[in-house]
Design a protein. Structure first.
Length: 578
């Protein structure tokens, strides 16, 4: 008998015995006797096959005979045809399942049909996590259909200025010191962690309504302590954002303190910080010319198919602002009407100090905006604002004065080449200067008490580019404040804004050139990210009036270096309900 035939016979016998053993192990104790008899019959068949193979081996000269049929008297079934020949030695010692089934059918004697005992079902294995599911985060809490995600980062900022602006780490764009002043001959070098932020967002769906609650604060609050830099840097938390957003289908509502609808968007009309454009700079007051504020309000949004067209309308906190914030110059009031501050007009930094929301307002500010997002590579928006102002005379007969301010805003954010985006935004207005970080007053007061809005424009152009794990940016931006001059009741003194002889804080223009980078050193979805950031800022301001012999303009240089640790985790995915 050839080696190949011996291998086939051995495999046949091994498979029969193995299958018999499996069958034996799977039956209950009541069937043991029947299974033993079956096994004995199988062993006899193996002995017959082995004997015939021995006879075939004795006659090596004769051609191998076809395998004999197993007697039907013994098996009750005809033997199958011989299996197809395999190469020798075999590639694997595990036979296919098809020959096993055929051999069992041929060799097994008939046995009474016995129903197999029920096999208990194994507990289902837990479903494997989808490969596309976001990585888990130790700082993300999921309670039912509600997700709670901490947001924020920890900053350590170093900044240097060649002028002593005395404005902490944020730039007061309108008050760069002149070289002929003490502050203009001093510099400053500081460390600060004021820009660190903490907060949380809550995402969920309730009865088909998607909701987002958002809270965020930093540490730029005003402190009454005088020893912050002496023995205790106890900086004070300050509320930035606190709002609730509801959306069902194409309708969305938002209420609370949010970035104004006037702030340029990067995407749609979303109020989430990541969908807004307020530059990439380290400076906590952002850049000159940016249209922005954070204030209480209510808004409603209407979304088109695919959120490619969005329209929003908001009513937001108004203010009768006459200058003095962010370094911007304040107007000069008529001598007989100086009492309008702070009871009727808001002059930030006034020595008497107007409390929050102390001055009256006729109406809230009304804002509307349309945004177009035909693709992720292009965003365009156009908006408008309307503000109302009112004062009343201080003596009888009572005389009331009102005026209206308004403006238009626009923005473009487009990917001009891969990973490079061009940005541009601006505002043209009469009476909306406070939306330019307070660089311009909203209005002036004439000698008779009548009100007149002040022209205030802002603009930004720039580029943002991502190269591997580093973001680079560069912007040119600025403000323009119009002149609005009146004559006081004495007929000789000039009042208002930008008149001859006015203070050099009444700026005509403010310009800024800035560039920087934001490099991600390390990041992990579970443990957060570490970034190294740098910014250079060149700031110029030009007043309406320059005294004889005084410098015509002034500028300063500022350098920021920041190390940031960002908290891990991302908000749960809550798709809008269409």
């Amino acid at each position: 008998m050839s080696a190949q035939q011996l291998w086939r016979a051995g495999r046949l016998a091994g498979l029969v015995v193995a299958l018999a053993g499996v069958s034996f192990a799977q039956n209950t104790s009541d069937e043991v006797t029947q299974l033993k008899a079956r096994l004995a019959e199988l062993q006899k068949q193996v002995e017959v096959l082995s004997h015939r193979l021995d006879q075939m081996s004795a006659d090596t000269a004769a051609p191998p005979a076809a395998p004999a049929q197993v007697s039907s008297k013994t098996s009750g079934n005809p033997a199958p045809a011989a299996p197809e020949p395999h190469s020798y030695p075999p590639k694997s010692l595990t036979a296919s399942t098809t020959p096993v089934a055929a051999l069992v059918a041929a060799a097994a004697p008939p046995v009474p049909a016995v129903a197999p005992p029920p096999i208990p079902k194994a507990a289902p294995a837990p479903a494997a996590q989808s490969a596309s599911a976001p990585p888990s985060s130790p700082l993300q809490i999921r309670i039912g259909d509600v997700g709670i995600t901490p947001v924020g980062f920890m900053d350590f900022t170093t900044f240097w200025r060649d002028k002593d602006a005395a404005s902490s780490m944020g730039s007061n764009f309108g008050s760069v010191p002149y070289n002929n002043t003490v502050q203009g001959n001093l510099s400053e070098f500081h460390f600060s962690n004021q820009n660190s932020r903490l907060g949380f967002r809550v995402d969920g769906v309730f009865k088909g309504v998607r909701f987002i609650g958002y809270n965020e604060f930093d540490f730029n609050g005003t402190s009454g302590a005088t020893n912050l830099a002496v023995s205790n840097g106890a900086i004070v938390p300050r509320l930035r954002l606190y709002w609730l957003d509801l959306r069902k289908g194409a309708i969305e509502f938002l209420g609370g303190q949010s970035w104004s609808l006037m702030v340029p968007n990067r995407k749609g009309l979303s109020a989430l910080p990541g969908d807004l454009f307020y530059s990439q700079v380290i400076d906590i007051n952002y850049i000159a010319g940016l249209t922005w504020t954070r204030q209480p309000g209510l808004r409603v949004l209407f979304h088109g198919p695919g959120d490619k067209v969005n329209f929003g309308f908001s009513v937001e906190q108004g203010d009768q602002y006459i200058g003095g914030s962010g370094g911007g110059g304040a107007i000069t009031l008529p001598s007989a009407l100086s009492g309008l501050v702070p009871t009727q007009l808001d002059q930030a930094g006034n020595i008497s100090g107007a409390s929050y929301l102390q001055s009256p307002t006729l109406t809230p500010d009304f804002i509307a905006k349309l945004a177009l997002d035909p693709s992720s590579h292009f965003h365009f928006e156009l908006g408008g604002i309307l503000s109302s102002f009112k004062t009343s005379a201080l003596a009888t007969p009572w005389t009331n004065h009102t005026t209206t301010g308004g403006g238009v805003t626009f923005g473009v954010n487009a990917e001009v080449v891969k990973n490079v985006r061009a940005v541009a935004s601006g505002m043209l207005s009469n009476g909306e200067g406070r939306y330019l970080f307070g660089a311009a007053p909203d209005l002036v007061v004439r000698a008779d008490g009548s009100l007149s809005p002040v022209r205030a424009d802002g603009y930004i152009t720039g580029l943002e580019a991502t190269v591997k794990n580093t973001l680079f940016y560069a912007y040119y931006s600025g403000d323009y404040v119009g002149r609005n001059v009146a004559i006081d009741a004495n007929g000789t003194s000039l009042i208002g804004y930008g008149y001859r002889g006015s203070a050099n804080s009444q700026n005509r223009s403010i310009q800024e050139v800035t560039f920087g980078f934001n490099q991600t050193i390390w990041k992990d979805a579970k443990y957060g990210a570490v970034n190294l950031m740098g910014q250079y800022e060149y700031l110029m301001r030009d007043p309406w009036y320059v005294a004889a012999g005084a410098p015509k303009a002034t500028h300063d240089n500022t350098v920021y270096v920041n190390v940031r640790y960002t908290l891990p985790g991302s908000a749960p995915t809550m798709l809008p309900n269409k």
